[in-house]
Design a protein around this ligand. Structure first.
Ligand code: ISL
Ligand code: CA
Length: 566
């Protein structure tokens, strides 16, 4: 197993609009991030990942880019980004950016040209197809449902054809099969920033660039609507690996760049290895989604399902162990800007248990094999938005489109809307986009403006970074100590082998981490009830860490207690 900075490093994800507002307009910005680099450094973080800050009309919070080489005006300027890179490097940290190149904004000049005429040299830079006519009626080329609802095809009167958009219609998909498009992406979106010193990329939707150009219909599973989920047809198209090899060979390999690709809907470990094994020369790491999609229901994420701890264990074990005996690498994370808060989803946001379960999950994330990712606010135990908040407080295009679709299909049925609202309260992307809670002042110290772009969580008086910095028993202090411990025992925690024990136990997750000279047992109570400890497992071992004060060896685990035995 080779050692690399991107394996040992702990990554901290920043969502620019919600981290820190420096100029009082209610929106977070780049100078705001730069002003808090010492805070981030103090956590023990090595690498910062910043979600998109590029020029964008913000239909999808900057994942719709209209200029790869410019910055969204409200976030700052290219010079501000230069200063941010410098600020990280000055502190011995690295920084990676989000690379969003499956699609651009419809306002990107490339699309404007593409849509101007069939004769424009850039017309073929996006994916255009003629209509299907059934009984004289115009229909899109296939029945795929977009990630944000509706058809993936949008009719364009001027061209007289449809264009493809897997996400919003304001996010047209680039035609990667055209080599000029690929070169333009490598230059504008990648080399430009790599030459400025960025240390790599988190690569958005990394398995969707190659499309099945025959666009077959997906099987009908939702008869209520013409648009059918088509994940297997959309993801992992025929030229995917070829494109990523080229991107790696022509661009990334020329720099010491880190890459982590977002890889949804790819359940087969052998398939994932095809992307990340070192010898495949494509990506270094990917985000596999089994754990963060665990509570998504059959029908949609907004009709969540109850999950059993054994299902959690199964997914965890699968993606911890799939790199054993090969040259791949894995990641561990429970949150990002597309999820709800982990405390609310895997722990408990009941005030009696919120901090305890945040710490218990910190024990988990800092003892797993692979690169650990922490999402802003996770380190202070931020939780989902209060259930009393109405739909008007939610801003995400995915949430609102889904809610409005239910409203439309059911004619505004109150019971149906209450039901979907319960799902939104658990899994909506909005929860992780609430402003970061810096202190107990107005608007949690996030902004000096009277109004922030998203409402600040009601609990900022009790959950905030300043108070927690001063409290040795806080979630924040615990995260810091766990990150230190992870580094101190990096052979064991970052690189060691992983084995689940007592698999059938639906209340306690136990696993052994092992390297040549050391062995640790981690026991995590995932319930709010005391649970008996399996004494056979801890024989001859002593407690190294507990998320309760003291190093209790008691044979019973308290609610959400987590211990590491060594
Ligand atoms: O967020 C999801 C489920 O709620 C995913 O289906 C998500 O849309 C998918 O993983 C792709 O996500 C990425 O690309 C999107 C963007 O909206 C997300 O924020 C980004 O992480 C389009 O660029
Ligand atoms: Ca601002």
């Amino acid at each position: 197993m080779t050692k690399e900075w991107w394996k040992e490093g702990v990554v901290y994800q920043i969502y620019p609009s919600s981290f820190k507002d420096s100029n009082g307009d209610g929106i977070g910005d780049i100078p705001g991030i730069t002003s808090e680099l010492d805070y981030i450094k103090s956590l023990g973080v090595d690498i910062i990942w910043v979600s998109p800050f590029y020029k964008s009309p913000q239909y999808d919070m900057g994942y719709d880019i209209s200029d790869y080489q410019d910055v969204y005006e409200q976030y700052g300027t290219v010079e501000d980004v230069d200063a941010l890179i410098q600020g990280c490097h000055d502190r011995g940290m690295r920084i990676i950016f989000d690379l969003v190149v499956n699609h651009t904004s419809h306002l990107h000049p490339w699309f404007q040209e593409s849509a101007s005429s069939k004769n424009n040299p850039k017309h073929d830079w996006y994916i255009w197809r003629p209509a299907r006519y059934i009984n004289g009626e115009r229909h899109p080329p296939c029945n795929w449902r977009g990630f944000f609802g509706g058809s993936v095809w949008e009719w364009d009167d001027n061209i007289g054809e449809y264009y493809l958009h897997l996400f919003a219609k304001e996010q047209p998909d680039l035609n990667w099969d055209n080599p000029d498009v690929r070169q333009a992406i490598y230059n504008d979106a990648m080399r430009f920033w790599l030459d400025k010193g960025v240390d790599g990329f988190r690569i958005d939707t990394v398995n969707m660039y190659s499309k099945r150009l025959d666009f077959p219909d997906a099987p009908v599973v939702e008869p209520d609507t013409p648009w059918q989920p088509a994940y297997d047809l959309i993801c992992n198209g025929p030229r995917m690996h070829e494109f990523l090899r080229e991107m790696n060979y022509e661009v990334l390999s020329k720099y010491d760049a880190m890459t982590v690709g977002e890889l949804p809907h790819t359940p087969d470990p052998a398939h994932v290895l095809g992307y990340i094994s070192a010898s495949a020369c494509q990506l270094q790491q990917v985000f596999q989604m089994d754990l963060v999609f665990l509570d998504f229901g059959e029908r949609s994420k907004y009709y969540p399902r109850k999950w059993a701890l054994t299902e959690f264990k199964e997914a965890l074990e699968k993606w911890q162990c799939f790199i054993e005996g090969n040259d791949g690498w894995t990641t561990n994370f429970l949150e990002n800007h597309d999820t709800g808060r982990s405390v609310s989803r895997y722990g408990s946001d009941d005030p009696r248990f919120a901090a305890l379960s945040a710490k218990m999950l910190a024990v988990l994330l800092t003892t797993l094999t692979g690169t650990t990712y922490v999402y802003q606010g996770q380190e202070i135990g931020m939780v989902n938005a209060p259930k009393t908040w109405p739909i008007e407080e939610y801003k995400d295009i995915e949430t609102l489109n889904y809610y409005n679709e239910v409203k439309q299909i059911t004619g505004g049925d109150k019971v149906a809307l209450e039901e979907v609202m319960r799902g939104i309260q658990l899994t909506a992307r909005d929860h992780n986009r609430l402003p970061f809670q810096w202190n107990a002042n107005a608007n949690a110290g996030f902004t000096s403006s009277a109004k922030s772009w998203m409402r600040v969580h009601d609990n900022y008086g009790v959950v905030n970074a300043t108070q927690q910095s001063e409290d040795p028993s806080s979630v924040l202090s615990f995260w810091k100590s766990m990150i230190r411990l992870r580094k101190q025992y990096s052979e064991l925690f970052v690189h060691g082998s992983f084995t689940i024990c007592d698999f059938e136990n639906e209340a306690v997750l136990s696993y052994v981490k092992e390297e040549t000279n050391k062995r640790a047992l981690v026991v995590l109570n995932f319930t709010d009830k005391p649970q008996e400890l399996n004494l056979k497992l801890v024989k001859d071992m002593t407690v190294l860490v507990s998320n309760y004060s003291g190093k209790s060896m008691e044979p019973v685990l308290k609610p959400f207690e987590g211990r590491i035995y060594i």
